[in-house]
Ligand binder design. Structure first.
Ligand code: C2E
Ligand code: MG
Ligand code: MG
Ligand code: MG
Length: 284
């Protein structure tokens, strides 16, 4: 069970607590055979163009189902997968699955996949991404790697080298959860991210004038360093309007679409695609 140790600080594991060690062990057991046993799946949350509202891509999110059918949060199993090294295999599987289910099937033109610092620290990571792109026949620019700022990119030479290799391949790199960690600003200075996702905590604070001012300034900061601006965690119409008014590039959140299975996303994209009727469109 997660423990609150202070404001915004959730301590997930207490090594001295036997209950927690059990949880850790059972999740580890589950993860070990998860791919072969079908316990993991990817779901996809729409990412929309702020101006047109069209779905331009999706974020791939991993789901783990326990032995009793219960859903286990990524906040619980990702850290365990990282600690046990299983994130390497799971992470490769996530990228391959996202490329296959979305891009190879022409569902959307772009998919972003979260990657952990453990993956980025592995010298062979970029090579394995290149192999997946070849195998699935997906153009590199259709794949985005989402990196969370809290993960000590700054000064981590292995991670910086991997990010350079990914960039050389043509894969896009986005900074996730911007504003939640200490590394944010220096991280944006060190790595030329294609886009920055502004953490939803800033959006939630926009009810006060002070919070709204801060949100505007962060959007401006991201834009001024030449990155695309993405606002995540949009839950209301007002939050969508506020973001669109600031000329943010891309939007994501429950209000614009929840994470869903690939087939459901495909049906949604198809339903939203306006088919021009014969005789009503002027062809140039
Ligand atoms: P994230 O990358 O910041 O992903 C966004 C999270 O916010 C997702 O939670 C998503 O379901 C949730 N979300 C989306 N829209 C809204 C909204 O409007 N309101 C609220 N309250 N939440 C929203 P999820 O799927 O539980 O994932 C949590 C985190 O776990 C992710 O945060 C990501 O860091 C990590 N994660 C998920 N899948 C993977 C994966 O395949 N690999 C790695 N390394 N990490 C992953
Ligand atoms: Mg993400
Ligand atoms: Mg993330
Ligand atoms: Mg995020």
């Amino acid at each position: 069970a997660a423990k609150k140790t202070g404001r915004n600080c959730v301590k997930l594991f207490d090594r001295d607590d036997p209950m927690e060690i059990n949880l850790d062990d059972s999740v580890t057991d589950l993860l070990r055979g998860a791919i072969a046993g079908g316990h993991v799946a990817m779901v996809y949350q729409p990412i929309r163009d702020a101006r047109s509202g069209q779905i331009v891509g999706a974020e791939a999110l991993m789901r783990l189902t326990g032995f009793n059918g219960e859903s286990i949060s990524p906040a619980v199993f990702i850290p365990i997968a990282e600690r046990t090294g299983m994130i390497i295999e799971l992470g490769r599987w996530a990228i391959r699955t996202a490329c296959r289910e979305l891009i190879a099937k022409n569902c959307v033109g772009m998919v972003s996949v979260n990657v952990s610092v453990v993956q980025l620290s592995t010298p062979s990571f970029a090579l394995s991404v290149a192999a997946i792109l070849r195998e699935t026949d997906v153009p590199p620019h259709c794949l985005v790697v989402e990196v969370t700022e809290g993960l000590q990119i700054e000064g981590n030479l292995d991670v910086l080298r991997t990010l350079r290799e990914l960039r050389t391949l043509g894969v896009k790199i986005w900074l996730d959860d911007f504003g939640t960690g200490f590394a944010g600003l220096s991280c944006v200075r060190e790595v030329a991210f294609d886009a920055v996702k502004i953490d939803r905590s800033f959006l939630q604070a926009t009810e006060t004038e002070r919070g709204a001012q801060m949100f505007r300034n962060i959007v401006g900061l991201v834009r001024n360093v030449g990155c695309l601006t993405i606002v995540e965690g949009i839950e209301t119409h007002d939050q969508q309007r506020l973001s669109a008014d600031l000329k943010v590039d891309l939007l994501q959140g429950y209000h614009l679409g929840k994470p869903m299975a690939a087939e459901v996303l495909r049906a949604l994209v198809a339903a939203e695609t306006v088919v021009p009727r014969v005789g009503t469109t002027a062809s140039a």
